[in-house]
Design a protein around this ligand. Structure first.
Ligand SMILES: [Zn+2]
Length: 52
């Protein structure tokens, strides 16, 4: 089952594992929300993960 993390802007990051999904959302934040990237930690991102 895939993991998804829904960004506040509507972007959906997907990955096969928690780490894949976190990597994908971080890549998105790097380009779209660089300020957010600094305030959101790994534990926060883990809390956002949904199993699809
Ligand atoms: Zn976003």
């Amino acid at each position: 089952m895939a993991r998804i993390i829904r960004c506040e802007c509507g972007y959906v990051a997907r990955g096969e594992t928690d780490d894949d999904a976190i990597e994908a959302i971080r890549a998105h934040m790097t380009t779209d929300h660089p300020a957010l990237l600094e305030t959101v930690g790994r534990q926060d991102l883990l809390g956002w993960i949904q199993v699809e």
